[in-house]
Design a protein around this ligand. Structure first.
Ligand code: IMP
Length: 442
């Protein structure tokens, strides 16, 4: 029993925030490995809603070290906004509790501008990004133009890099109709951020190595979801980083053998924000009911999420690509009293039935789902504290999902609060130290 990786198995917004927050007492460190403030992880504690974008979801537990890996892209203003919001809620966030990789790339003022112009230029084919500058920051990283958090530590290096970048960006900005950037103004702004950020900056790979060597347990936290992964998602309607389990190694500088098991967070239905194929999308009243009951609005942008039935083809694929050991199923309460519920068990395409998730997105765009339907559940799942107390029809739904995605469900989240959770303890053995979690609660 040691380190656990937690990620979303759909298109994000599966409810990772709550599950990471719940499991954190069993770990010493929570380390996020990719994405930026495009993510939104919602945590409810004592009726209070806290939305986290950059800072790992373990932050509400004072004994936990939170780590932001090199795989992230960081907007300093978003980082400090979040630090200040958390501090105003009484969460202490000094450098002893929060470490930021010196190799994380910075989101610069030009990144959101370039992104907005790029999205407009795509017209009908726009991706529907969060316009936070995430994609262009990763583009600059791959193009070897990026400015890293560690560059803030040497003002000469920072000034040079900003000057070179602004020269190149300004050449591109004219034809895009964007105003020229002032390198000196950007330098002054980022030099100030550098002063504030420098206490948090660390060699995260070395820090994690030392902590693990000393016996500490790490929870690796993904953002977005598997189907938004740059390589394994529904490209090009994806984010720009590696949200799959492999991203933890590159995004934190840890070896693959440090990831001992993987917990996939899976919503009892499917949602997606932004453009791209979504075979089980419901454009009818049922879809609208799920959206309003599930409060399905983007935690970052407030955009309405598209809603649809559970897609077992997609989740089985996600379990395979990430080696998911166990699933935490979230938000089944949203489907209460909805009538009959359906699960996609295959896709119809050109007269054939596909059982596996198609690797070409243009195939996914043209499939129609093959559904298996079940009687829904009218009793409240929220009231249940043990598995046996869950409505029988919902337990049948769980078993069908497990069979179809070939992965056992070990956690059932029945509501937003920490206590609205059923842990199937024998299925978590070896993954999570439940004794330690219980000690923390008592
Ligand atoms: P980007 O990450 O802002 O580049 O957006 C790329 C795609 O990923 C868009 O469809 C976004 O709506 C989606 N996306 C990014 N972050 C999240 C998230 O945390 N939850 C759900 N969708 C996301």
């Amino acid at each position: 029993m040691a380190n656990l990786l937690v990620l979303g198995t759909q298109w994000g917004d599966e409810g990772k925030g709550k599950i990471v927050d719940l499991l954190t007492p069993a770990f010493d460190v929570v380390a996020r490995y990719q994405g930026g403030h495009n993510a939104g992880h919602t945590v409810y504690v004592g009726g209070r809603k806290v939305v986290l974008h950059l800072i790992p979801s373990g932050v509400l537990h004072p004994a936990t070290l939170c780590v932001i890996g090199n795989g992230l892209v960081i907007a300093p203003q978003a980082f400090f906004r979040e630090v200040e919001d958390l501090e105003s809620l009484g969460v202490r966030l000094d450098a002893a509790r929060l470490a930021v990789s010196r190799h994380a790339h910075l989101i610069m003022p030009w990144h959101p501008l370039v992104e907005r112009a790029g999205e407009e230029g795509r017209g009908e084919k726009k991706i529907g990004t969060t316009c936070r500058g995430i994609g262009p920051a990763y583009e600059d990283k791959a193009a070897r133009w990026g400015i890293r958090a560690g560059d803030l530590l040497d003002l000469d290096v920072l000034r040079d890099k900003i000057r070179d970048n602004v020269e190149v960006k300004n050449r591109a900005f004219g034809p895009l109709g964007l105003p020229a950037l002032d390198a000196e103004a950007v330098y002054r702004e980022y030099a100030d951020w550098g002063q504030r950020l420098s206490p948090y900056l660390r060699d995260v790979s070395a820090l994690l190595y030392e902590r693990m060597k000393a016996g500490d347990r790490v929870l690796f936290e993904g953002a977005q979801g598997v189907l938004l992964d740059l390589d394994h998602g529904t490209y090009p309607f994806v984010t720009s980083s590696s949200s799959t389990a492999g991203g933890a190694c590159t995004g934190l500088g840890v070896g693959p053998k440090t990831v001992h098991s993987v917990l996939g967070i899976t919503k009892a239905y499917t949602t997606r924000v932004g453009g791209g194929p979504f075979p089980t999308e419901l454009l009818d009243d049922t879809g609208r009911t799920i959206a309003s009951r599930g409060d399905e609005f983007g935690a970052t942008t407030g955009r309405p999420r598209r809603c649809g039935w559970f897609d077992a083809v997609a989740v089985r694929y996600a379990c395979r690509v990430n080696g998911v050991d166990r699933i935490a199923l979230t938000k089944p309460d949203v489907l209460e009293k909805i009538g009959e519920v359906s699960i996609a068990i295959g896709y119809r395409y050109k007269g054939e039935v596909l059982r596996d998730f198609p690797s070409e997105p243009w195939v996914l765009e043209r499939v129609s789902p093959v559904y298996k339907s079940f009687p829904g559940w009218n009793d409240s799942v929220r009231k249940a504290r043990r598995y046996e107390q869950l409505p029988r029809t919902f337990r049948d739904y769980i078993r069908v999902i497990e069979d179809l995605v070939e992965t056992p469900i070990a956690v059932i989240s029945t509501g937003v609060e920490r206590e609205d959770t059923i842990l199937l303890e024998e299925r978590l053995e070896g993954l999570v130290d439940l004794g330690r979690m219980r000690e923390d609660r008592s």
